[in-house]
Design a binder for this molecule. Structure first.
Ligand code: ADP
Ligand code: MG
Length: 257
């Protein structure tokens, strides 16, 4: 087991799962994209999600903070039902850091301002505090020297590390990654994965949609294989990758491994 926080025996004081999805269905028009997903991420757990393009991985991830509205089913974040109209969605979202394939930095703002803006607006932090937190997180991703740069002056890998630092600056309880290295040139992937590995080592709760099977094997506590809008198979990453039980998992892995 890789994740230190995950090694702790389950205590009775342990809270609800970070993420719990029950019988989640999502349709776009006539097309049902998620067909009854049961999925969870425990606190401190690193769960990697793999599967063919179009299998619904991004839609599942986006339903977790209601970037997509579930058609039916339940999504609990730290025990709070985010589909309940009474729920303060803004508050829940501040607990969830998101990192996408496209880094989504503000191109007209410096790196430092990219990291302080949301802190000041959504967390109501003063400038000095926001800057201090931003610098701490830039140092953590190895980019302390780039705080005055603009996104276009950085490599894709550096931009993605800025995006991670930006998400971390909100002090989220969990981080969701949607193919964070898929848009990167191959030689830039490693630095981003290394930052993610470090986060996992520190005990961050993570849901990672990825095609990086090495990362899934080495860093993931659990691996979930999706196909056609359902969870086909899940388990210990080494077992799922080394000895897949389902034909669809075998077919997928034979193409990517
Ligand atoms: P994955 O991330 O596994 O590649 P997605 O969750 O992005 O899969 O997409 C699953 C299916 O849902 C695809 O067929 C995709 O075309 C469709 N889809 C995703 N988002 C939308 C949308 N906003 N409107 C219509 N169809 C969508
Ligand atoms: Mg996707």
């Amino acid at each position: 087991m890789h994740n230190p926080a995950h090694q702790a025996p389950a205590a009775s004081t342990a809270g609800p799962p970070a993420i719990e999805v029950r019988n989640l269905h999502k349709s776009f028009g006539e097309v049902e994209v998620l067909k009854g997903i049961d999925f969870h991420v425990d606190q401190g757990e690193v769960v990697c999600v793999i599967g063919p393009s179009g299998s619904g991985k991004s839609t599942l991830l986006r339903c977790v903070n209601r970037l997509e509205e579930p058609t039916s089913g339940t999504v609990l974040v730290e025990g709070v039902d985010i589909t309940d109209p009474e729920t303060d969605l803004d508050l829940v979202r501040t607990r969830i850091g998101m990192v996408f394939q496209q880094f989504n930095l503000f191109p007209h703002l410096s790196v430092l301002r990219n990291l302080t803006l949301a802190q000041q607006r959504a967390k109501k932090r003063g400038k000095a505090e926001a800057v201090e937190i931003a610098r701490k997180n830039l140092a953590k991703v190895g980019l302390a020297h780039k705080e005055d740069a603009f996104p276009a002056q950085l490599s894709g890998g550096q931009q993605q590390r800025v995006a991670i630092a930006r998400a971390l600056s909100m002090n989220p309880d969990m981080m969701l990654f949607d193919e964070p290295t898929s848009a990167l040139d191959p030689e830039l992937v490693g630095d981003v994965l290394e930052v993610m590995r470090q986060l996992a080592d520190e005990g961050m709760t993570m849901m990672v949609v990825t095609h990086e099977m090495g990362f899934a094997r080495e860093v993931g506590d659990r691996l979930v294989f999706m196909d056609g809008g359902v969870v086909v198979e899940q388990g210990d990453p080494r077992e799922v990758l080394g000895n897949p039980q389902h034909e669809r998992t075998q077919a997928f892995l034979s193409k990517v491994l």
